[in-house]
Design a protein around this ligand. Structure first.
Ligand SMILES: Cc1cc2nc3c(=O)[nH]c(=O)nc-3n(C[C@H](O)[C@H](O)[C@H](O)COP(=O)(O)OP(=O)(O)OC[C@H]3O[C@@H](n4cnc5c(N)ncnc54)[C@H](O)[C@@H]3O)c2cc1C
Length: 453
């Protein structure tokens, strides 16, 4: 275990440290090196492994081999397009090693990792050091150690930030589309009329409906926690899956996330037996989050069972629920919009650790951290991509979300600012995409005044 040396007065010729040769770290290192700066890229594998990586390769894809949809009319397709406009190493390598996958971009994972590795081994400005990093460097540096950041570095973060600011688990509640809800079966209200009194959508359940819902939960098929996720179950107590709560007692949910206190159903004039609350999830109010409904049910069971909730009979899921091991920081509290830590200016975080979710999003944040670190190291002013671009929308999510409810997110159009004019649903993706690519070009020109990407 080695601590990388700290230095007080970094000069422009000193190498910039990038920690973690995953998707984000590789993308960040590439941006720095291509801008003419030398880079020391630290990777702890193979000396120390994570519970899921199986190789010592660069940018290893730990699970699926898909980088998801490839049409610019969907948000992740747009993000990939934007990355390509900025010279993404990850997307270029993915295209070079793509396998047939319909409308998605999927890769041969071995060739993909090798392709990224080849680019590094032949780059004169990149040196790779195989060692675990346990402290923070003082000069401009990028930490991208991912959802399975090593325990020693995790402890360093915890010492700097405190327990509350760093999460071990990702508890994702399902998100549903507004226009798929049966609104006359729901009522708007906040518990005890807090906030503006009508912040939530509430799905009321009578006793019979609640009991049937609990029966379904108890019998439903689940995804097992992986071995390494079971190692410290104490972390689960704060974010128990709803099916585990139901197991602890038939009324546990009624006293937990489904509690009806402080709510009166206008249809009956009385308090329901239980409620499912939906909280607005995006600025445009197109998406709503099922509050406290993190779950390990299989996706098909979630779809089947949640459609038994009144008002959700025809619901369209924007995201399904999950819980998995994931180290990430409370970005809205700790990061500025250039991805630097407020407590350690010059230290950029990227990838899943910074609070995004997914291969493409992680690589995108690595790319942006790389660009920003170049600007900082060369004494330029850092400019942030506009919020109506996919890059800007992710940064907006990281820095402007409500800290108390912050959860990592995949890119989706719900993170973008509301549209300023009415556009048919089927045309919205293309409209947003065209607008985003124009804005990104303008931003790129601004950034290019300072340095060449
Ligand atoms: C089990 C699991 C499955 C996932 N499946 C998917 C999926 O199918 N699709 C999807 O889009 N996303 C998936 N994700 C989410 C996420 O997008 C990926 O984990 C992605 O690889 C994150 O990219 P990253 O660069 O932030 O981290 P990583 O790709 O994990 O890279 C981090 C690197 O840092 C190294 N490292 C860690 N600590 C240290 C240290 N102290 N010193 C030096 N090096 C260190 C690690 O060895 C690793 O190489 C999954 C996550 C997990 C945990």
């Amino acid at each position: 275990m080695t601590e990388i040396p700290e230095w007080e007065n970094q000069t422009h010729t000193d190498p910039i440290h990038v920690v973690g040769a995953g998707l984000a770290g590789c993308e960040a290192a590439w941006q720095l090196a291509e801008a003419g700066l030398s880079v020391r890229l630290f990777e702890m594998r193979p000396g120390r492994r994570t519970p899921v990586h199986t190789t010592d390769g660069f940018a290893e894809l730990v699970c699926s081999n898909s980088l998801r949809g490839d049409s610019p009319g969907n948000a992740v397709g747009l993000l990939k397009k934007e990355m390509e406009h900025l010279g993404s190493l990850i997307i270029k390598s993915a295209r070079e090693t793509a396998v047939p996958a319909g409308g998605a971009l999927a890769v041969d994972r071995t060739l993909f990792s090798e392709r990224v590795g080849e680019k590094f081994s032949s780059h004169p400005l990149i040196t790779v050091e195989r060692m675990e990093v346990v402290g923070f460097p003082k000069g401009p540096a990028i930490v991208a150690t991912g959802p399975l950041t090593s325990p020693a570095l995790h402890a360093t973060f915890q010492a700097l930030l405190g327990e509350q600011a760093l999460s071990f688990f990702d508890a994702v509640a399902p998100v549903v589309a507004t226009d798929s809800l049966v609104h006359d079966r729901l009522f708007r209200a906040s518990r005890y009329d807090k906030g503006d009194g009508a912040d939530y959508l509430n799905a009321p359940l009578n006793r019979e409906q609640y009991e049937a819902f609990i029966d379904e939960l108890l019998a439903a098929e689940r995804v097992d926690f992986r071995q390494f996720e079971q190692e410290d179950t104490s972390f689960f107590e704060g974010c128990l899956p709803i099916e585990v709560m139901a197991e602890r007692g038939r009324d546990t949910l009624r006293f937990g996330p489904m509690k009806p206190v402080g709510l009166i159903d206008p249809a009956t004039g009385s308090r329901p037996w239980a409620v499912v609350q939906l909280r607005q999830d995006d600025l445009a109010a197109d998406h709503w989050n099922l509050v406290g409904f993190q779950t390990k049910l299989t996706y098909s069971e979630q779809k089947r069972i949640f459609q038994t909730i009144p008002g959700l009979e025809h619901v369209e899921f924007v995201r399904l629920g999950s819980i998995h091991r994931n180290t990430f920081i409370c970005a809205p509290e700790l990061l500025d919009n250039s991805l630097q830590m407020k407590k350690r200016p010059g230290l950029f975080l990227a990838g899943q650790l910074s609070g995004v979710e997914g291969y493409v999003e992680s690589a995108a944040m690595g790319l942006l951290a790389g660009i920003n670190a170049v600007q900082l190291a060369t004494d330029k002013v850092i400019t942030v991509p506009p919020p109506a671009t996919a890059f800007g929308a992710l940064i907006h999510h990281l820095t402007e979300s409500e800290p108390a409810h912050f959860q990592p997110s995949n890119i989706n159009f719900g993170l973008f600012p509301p549209l300023q004019k009415k556009i048919k649903k089927r045309d919205r993706g293309k409209f947003r995409s065209d607008q985003a690519l124009t804005l990104l070009e303008e931003w790129k020109i601004k950034v290019n005044q300072d340095f060449a990407i």
